[in-house]
Design a protein around this ligand. Structure first.
Ligand code: MCN
Ligand code: FES
Ligand code: FES
Length: 911
């Protein structure tokens, strides 16, 4: 043991530690300073940054034996407090720097060390600093963070005051439509916000720690599971296997269409007969400490018979492949699109016909907070599960039978989430902690490390698409044929819905009267497909916006003007035959055109023989809500102090559910003249809040927003006196008037259901439209592509909070760049860390991102809103690959466009 005398946040502190203990563990677990977060745990993300003796260190890799005695350590708690913010913390809030906020303490601490040395850094200095210190963010696209640092520096230099930096309420007192700071920002920037791992440290004594016994192969029959040795290991309370599960041991995968060939019950909670993918959970060891649990997990013996592993869609769809889920064909869902005339004769008569194949890879979500959750038997005998779930009611429904607990005995609560980007639309750990809590009768805690996060949570489903497009020589689109095969990995969960998204998006955005296409979804033994921001759109637009670019070239037309000519205009319909909710593309392109022309001019001027520059264009469309019918509920209650509480399950990934809820409620309750702080939020607890639906499908602002507004309307009606004034709480009670009202909203009356034979339907309440112009530089000696600038023009309806929506776009740019150039989870033994998976750091993302909006009010959204969260990720990657082509003549049809791939294509080109 070492005895160290430290100076922590200005306070002399003595700690007794193991020499090999990590500084991050000592700070978090011994000193209970949980503002310091641990993300990757291996020096790649900077979430754990602290200042030690004036230098930024990543505390997760620093062993205590290397911490000098007397070291001065500053954590986020020492930078500033909620009562006395450091300018960096305020600047972070004002610039929307804390979305999920998981990276914020690390960034702020790192920035403090920079400003301590250099009070007047340039933007480049800030970017160099974050790159050097590996401060990684998955949500913000970095640009707002650089803004925050430079503004905080201005405060420190005395050029502006904190008051001047702060958000100013407009004179009319409105929150809706402004850049009001989200309510959770203060806790996030001060490190006082408890995420799952922080709450884990606050669980009662006796809580058991869970370690999973996971499959080390991708496909096998299980012959036996022997837990006898593990059970005898020190500290072990129980080894849970499928035999201990009281329910069906299956997670219901939400079959969406009855012609799905599976039954939706293909995913076991704990494997019983088969292993379907690498990492599958086979047993759970529950022990007093995590070390004991892990040691015992090593002793569980699993005897298997290995089977052929199908690691991509084509292998699994081949005729000789065995069924991964016996009884269900590997290709478990198919959906044709039949729109307009037969395309065969059209193709024969078209002036130009091109046929191409494209592939979009298995994009990993790469969130910084690894999955974490816990469960306990709570009040009223409820099995209470706390996790990062973004679908609380839906998950209850999906797991209840499997774990063997009636729905009315199950309570799900969302913890603050260090982002999900959709992977938490799948119940990843909820059933595991549920069965462990039932089997042991104790509180249980399960935390994945980054390796488990990457290898054992869902991924974006990769897809192959072969498209054939016919056009007239004047550039009219005549017909499209396609065959699209998507790899949904080991489990079917939401796979049919994902498949149908491709029918909606391939061919969209343009006048295209005639389509014959088929989309197919297949099981493989690779990572199961889960929702990922823009669910289905990036795959579809990779195919569609690539072939549109190739068609422009075949026709000898400018790719921007070719698109412009064909853009949706009134009278046009979507590939599923629906009428778009509005037609903003022409105006968006008109606004983009000068940017496009300036970009072409810049690239022409700056082009060099070794570094080629080019401009790419693409569009992206996304939809709002679940297919065909969607509903949401929220409630409001008048409190004794005449404040109002809003109740909903608008789960927060980090996108800003708190902000959306507050802004809508504040606006809808304007007659009460409440200040924003007089509206309280009670969110994301199924025991307290009504079912608002999942925070997926960019649906919440529109659907839950309407439900909140409806609840507010009802409350206002109840409070309104004949004089037009409003009753106080006391008056309401005296008159015996209800204080709490539930509001609801449903899309059922105007959305229609999918036609099995033709794929035609009107599924969505609203759509989201974006167009991208991107400038890249390709180094022809290395094949490396750098994105220099991206301009995005979008229409998401009326904007509820500008800071949030800007932030969504900036963040999507980063993810689009990763998707285009580096991110993948293909090799299960290689793609196992953030860096190996191609995580984009600040130098991979341009500091020049321009945002253009049109705000076409939507008929069905409160105050004209539509959604926004996923939309900006529908198409940016295609503008990048199109720009690569424009720069150097290399057409990348299989993503990601890694330097090796581009270099090889360049070499082939010169042969
Ligand atoms: N918003 C707005 N004005 C509009 C539309 C939306 O101000 N006209 C705001 C909303 O208040 C909300 C945000 O934009 O804070 C997104 O709203 P919406 O599009 O309705 O999306 P949801 O809240 O239903 O769902 C979240 C969506 C999805 S599905 C994924 S995945 C996603 C995303 O948004 N994951 C994210 N954004 C993310 N952002 C972060 N930081 N982290 C994630 O994991
Ligand atoms: Fe320490 Fe990622 S660098 S948690
Ligand atoms: Fe940076 Fe979410 S705000 S990771």
């Amino acid at each position: 043991m070492l005895r160290k005398e430290l100076m922590v946040n200005g306070q002399p502190t003595t700690v007794i530690v193991e020499p090999d203990a990590k500084l991050s563990d000592v700070i978090r677990k011994q000193l209970r300073l949980t503002g310091t977060k641990v993300g990757c745990g291996n020096g790649q993300c900077g979430a754990c940054s602290v200042i030690m003796n004036k230098k930024v260190v990543r505390s997760c890799t620093l062993k205590m034996k290397h911490v000098p005695d007397g070291a001065e350590i500053t954590t986020i708690e020492g930078v500033g407090t909620p009562e006395k913010l450091h300018p960096l913390q305020l600047a972070w809030m004002v610039h929307g720097g804390a979305q999920c906020g998981f990276c914020s303490p690390g960034f702020i601490v790192s920035s403090k060390a920079l400003l301590d040395q250099n009070i007047n850094p340039t933007r480049q200095d800030v970017r160099d600093w974050f790159q050097k210190h590996r401060n990684a963010c998955r949500c913000t696209g970095y640009l707002p963070l650089v803004n925050a640092v430079t503004d905080a520096a201005r405060v420190l230099r005395g050029e502006i005051t904190m008051e001047e930096l702060d958000f100013k309420m407009p004179e009319d007192g409105r929150v809706f439509g402004t850049s009001y700071i989200r309510p959770s920002a203060l806790a996030k920037v001060t490190g006082t916000c408890d995420y799952g791992a922080d709450l884990g440290l606050k669980l009662p004594e006796g809580t058991l720690h869970m370690a999973l016994v996971q499959a080390k192969v991708s496909h096998a029959n299980i012959i036996s599971i022997d837990t006898s040795e593990a059970e005898k290991m020190p500290g072990v309370a129980k080894v849970v296997t499928h035999k201990d599960i009281k329910g069906t041991n299956r997670i219901f995968g939400l079959l969406c269409f009855p012609w799905n060939k599976g039954d939706g019950y293909d995913r076991p909670i704990l494997c019983d007969k088969k292993i379907f993918q690498y990492g599958d959970a086979i047993a759970i060891v529950c022990a007093d400490t995590i070390e004991q649990a892990k040691a015992a997990a090593e002793k569980v013996k699993v005897e298997i018979e290995e089977l052929p592993a199908y690691m991509n869609a084509r292998e699994a769809a081949a005729e000789d492949a065995i069924e991964i889920h016996p009884g269900t064909p590997n290709v478990f869902f198919e959906q044709p699109t039949v729109k307009g005339e037969d395309t065969k004769p059209l193709m024969e008569n078209a002036d130009v016909v091109i046929e191409r194949e494209y592939y979009l890879q298995r994009q990993p979500h790469l969130v910084l907070e690894p999955d974490v959750g816990f469960a306990y038997i709570g009040e009223d005998d409820m099995l209470t599960i706390q996790s990062k779930s973004i679908a609380l009611y839906m998950h209850s429904f999906m797991i209840a039978d499997g774990i063997g607990v009636p729905l009315n005995k199950l309570r799900l609560i969302q913890n603050y989430a260090g982002a999900t980007f959709g992977y938490k639309l799948s119940p990843t750990n909820e059933a595991l902690v549920g069965v462990a809590a039932i089997a042991t009768g104790k509180p249980v805690f399960l935390q994945y490390d980054m390796y488990q996060q990457i290898t054992y949570t869902g991924k974006r489903s990769p897809a192959f698409g072969t498209l054939k497009l016919g056009a007239s020589k004047t550039g009219e689109l005549l017909g499209l044929e396609y065959d699209y095969l998507q790899d949904h990995g080991a489990y079917s969960e939401l796979g049919d819905a994902l498949c149908v998204r491709a029918n909606s998006f391939i061919g969209s955005g343009y006048k295209l009267p005639n389509i014959r296409g088929i989309t197919r979804e297949t099981f493989t033994n690779h990572a199961f497909g889960s929702a990922f921001r823009a669910f289905g759109a990036p795959q579809s637009f990779m195919c569609w916006e690539s072939i549109m670019d190739e068609m422009a070239e075949a026709l000898g037309m400018d790719p921007f003007e070719f698109r412009y000519k064909n853009l949706y205009r009134p009278g046009d319909t979507t590939p599923t035959g629906a009428t778009p909710d509005c037609f903003p593309f022409v105006e968006l392109f008109d606004k983009l055109r000068p940017e496009y022309q300036a970009a072409l001019e810049r690239c022409r001027k700056d082009d060099r023989t070794d570094k080629k520059r080019g401009v790419g264009v693409s569009i992206g469309i996304y939809s709002v809500g679940n297919d065909s019918s969607d509903t949401s509920e929220a409630a409001v209650e008048l409190n004794e102090d005449n404040t109002v509480t809003v109740f909903n399950t608008w789960e927060d990934h980090g996108q800003g559910a708190d902000m959306g809820t507050l802004a809508v409620a504040h606006e809808a309750l304007r007659p009460l003249k409440l200040k924003p702080e007089q509206i309280r939020l009670c969110m994301n607890d199924t025991a307290k809040c009504p079912d608002s639906g999942a925070a997926g499908g960019s649906r919440s602002q529109l659907l839950t927003g309407n439900a909140i507004a409806d609840a507010c309307d009802k409350l206002l009606k109840a409070m309104r006196k004949e004089t037009g004034e409003y009753r106080t709480y006391t008056e309401m009670v005296e008159e015996g008037i209800l204080l709490k009202y539930t509001g609801s909203y449903a899309t059922t009356s105007f959305c229609t259901t999918l036609d099995e034979k033709t794929g035609q339907f009107s599924p969505y309440v609203a759509y989201l439209y974006s167009a991208y112009v991107t400038e890249v530089e390709v180094d022809v000696n290395t094949g490396k592509t750098t994105v220099l600038k991206m301009t995005i023009a979008s229409d998401f309806g009326t904007i509820c909070n500008k800071l949030v929506v800007d932030g969504q776009i900036y963040g999507a740019v980063q993810q689009g760049i990763g998707l285009a150039l580096s991110e993948d989870f293909e090799d299960i033994h290689k793609h196992i860390s953030l860096i190996a998976c191609g995580f984009p750091y600040i130098k991979d993302v341009p500091d020049d991102i321009q945002i253009i909006y049109t705000e076409t009010p939507r008929e069905h959204g409160y105050k004209g809103v539509s959604g926004c969260g996923e939309a900006p990720l529908a198409g940016p990657h295609v503008s990048i690959v199109n720009a690569i082509y424009n720069a150097c003549g290399v057409r990348i049809r299989h993503l990601p466009a890694t330097p090796e791939k581009v270099l090889e294509a360049l070499k082939n080109q010169s042969k």
